[in-house]
Ligand binder design. Structure first.
Ligand code: ADP
Length: 540
């Protein structure tokens, strides 16, 4: 027997209309290239969203068309998210930090018809535009008065593009499975791959991400996403904040700048924020060096890469609790979140420390399992490490225009490319990426665990472990460290420090100090580049 409830499509339009009606006075504060202090309300934002939708329709853009953005987190980018998706088009957020050849590939692969671009990325597109045949025009995210001189064809200033457009728009009725946005993964091997989100996947992800034991968002929240809107939709916050009426604070191009972040947190009373470990490292360094405080900031989500305990402790000294989240572009991105369950309230400190660096439990809606090389499920015993597979309504079932991909198996499980253990209580621990795994004498060594242990040494600013070939053991770990210049430290000190913190056979065979470590376009340490840099390394 079928139920008798209404079959209402789950669409981003419904989030927008709900926010417009119920949270019209909620605020959005932005730093932009042309204004360090822009503020307006959700009502203002959605009025301009309707103007932008009219402007896009006048250019002949139709449902299903892709529209690209190369932009930082700010209110105009927010307007694009809603105008494009709710009109039935696809908002394609492009990471401007990728190599120009990758950006060219992505824009052509998606066949974007228009590109909306922050002024600082105009020179980049001027060089590429002759190789972007599908692009009809460019809109620079600024005012007519501040519009830069540009050779871009059919170039508009955003404010000129939308001015004089009607403030009403007749939103189309969409199918909840229609595409709404597109984001390419950095693609450490081969070409970047497009993850095409649907309205339904986005709404379900939004609902679950706002839950109390996930992000715990409400109309009283002030949220600052420091994760870019060009990387998995700022982890969904551009949807979850309006859904509940939270105030949104956008740092614009100043995402890794401790001073701007501190100013925004204090001026806007930001209580909740999200970012990769590198961002928090920058904030802690700034606070430690200036003696400034961030009293309103209580909780942050850290994800995208493993977070060392030492960084969590440093943030806690400034009154900020860090929750580890795990996910990926293909998962919208939320897979798991590590929150403190009541059973842990009276745990001893060492147990809490051991638990809090892990990836936490999978959220409702995401199924997880670990499998061995033959695909057989491994036990949830907290010890067996295997390939992590996932499935759920906001996990990709295939990549955009890539029929050759086999990431989803016949039973519908997506291969994350991560190695993990799952404890009997459901807690997930990511031990490595499969391609970064170190196999020594037939056994796996977790580079993440060694890195986290090394990061606790006060003389270590950043650490990375890679597997180097070894005559006897096939591979052995090599530890690379960016030393902290405030502390006198030798390579051997770091190795000695690790002795009682990791298994004996995990001990790196050598530690090498370096000035910097290579990072990817999303701010993570690039092990691929590191392995290339050290390919001729000889063990001492
Ligand atoms: P990119 O490929 O650009 O790094 P993603 O954001 O999709 O883009 O990266 C997802 C990957 O990041 C995961 O597969 C995992 O390897 C890593 N990751 C994310 N969160 C964590 C975490 N909490 N701990 C360890 N690794 C993480």
């Amino acid at each position: 027997m079928r139920g008798l409830m209404m079959d209402m499509p789950l669409t981003i339009t419904s989030i927008m209309q709900h926010a417009d009606q119920n949270h019209s006075q909620g605020e959005i504060v932005s730093v932009t290239a042309d204004n360090p202090d822009h503020r307006y309300t959700y009502a203002d934002a959605f009025r301009r969203v309707r103007q932008l939708a009219n402007a896009l329709a006048k250019k002949g853009l139709r449902p299903g068309d892709r529209i690209a953005t190369l932009a930082w987190n700010d209110y105009r980018h927010f307007e694009l998210y809603y105008a494009v998706s709710c009109a039935g088009q696809v908002c394609h957020t492009v990471n401007p930090r990728l190599f120009p050849e990758q950006i060219e590939y992505i824009l052509n692969h998606a066949e974007d018809r228009w590109v909306f671009v922050d002024p600082m990325f105009v020179p980049l597109l001027e060089k590429l535009q002759d190789r972007l045949p599908a692009v009809e025009g460019f809109v620079v995210l600024t005012t007519g008065a501040l519009m830069p001189e540009t050779s871009l064809r059919n170039a508009w200033a955003y404010e000129t593009f939308i001015e004089d457009q009607p403030q009403t728009f007749d939103w189309p009725t969409l199918d909840e499975n229609d595409a709404c946005s597109l984001c390419y993964t950095s693609g450490t091997t081969g070409h970047p791959k497009g993850v095409l989100y649907s309205h339904r996947s986005t709404v379900l992800h939004t609902l679950v991400s706002a839950l109390p034991d996930v992000m715990g968002l409400s109309s009283a929240s002030v949220i600052m996403p420091i994760v870019p809107m060009f990387h998995v939709n700022a982890w969904g916050t551009a949807y979850s904040a309006p859904m509940v009426g939270a105030k949104l604070v956008f740092p614009g191009p100043q995402m890794a700048d401790g001073e701007t972040l501190t100013r925004l947190i204090n001026a806007e009373r930001v209580g909740y924020s999200l970012g990769v470990p590198t961002v928090w490292l920058a904030l802690v360094n700034y606070l430690d060096h200036t003696g400034k405080t961030v009293a309103s900031l209580k909780t942050v989500v850290v994800g995208g890469a493993a977070c060392p305990l030492s960084l969590m402790q440093a943030m806690e000294r400034h009154g900020v609790w860090m929750n580890v989240g795990w996910g990926m572009t293909e998962m919208s991105p939320l897979g798991s979140l590590n929150y403190r369950a009541p059973a842990q309230y009276d745990w001893e400190q060492h147990r809490i420390d051991d638990m809090r660096v892990r990836a936490g439990r999978n959220v409702f809606g995401v199924d997880i399992k670990i499998v061995d090389d033959s695909g057989a499920a491994l036990p949830r015993d907290g010890r067996s490490a295997g390939l992590l597979k996932v499935r759920g309504p906001w996990i990709c079932s295939g990549y955009y225009r890539r029929d050759d991909d086999s990431s989803v198996d016949r039973e519908g499980w997506f291969d994350t490319g991560d190695m993990a253990t799952i404890a009997p209580d459901g807690c997930l621990t990511i031990t490595d990426r499969v391609k970064d795994v170190i196999k020594s004498g037939g056994e796996w060594i977790s580079s993440i665990d060694i890195e986290n242990a090394a990061m606790a040494h006060p003389g270590v600013k950043e650490a990375a472990v890679i597997g180097m070939s070894h005559d006897k053991w096939t591979e052995r770990p090599l530890l690379l460290v960016v030393p902290n210049t405030d502390v006198v430290v030798q390579e051997q000190d770091v190795l000695n420090f690790l002795k009682d913190k990791i298994a004996r056979w995990w001990m790196p065979d050598a530690c090498v100090f370096v000035d910097t470590l290579p990072h990817t376009a999303t701010g993570k340490i690039s092990k691929k580049d590191l392995r290339a840099l050290f390919k001729d390394y000889q063990w001492p």
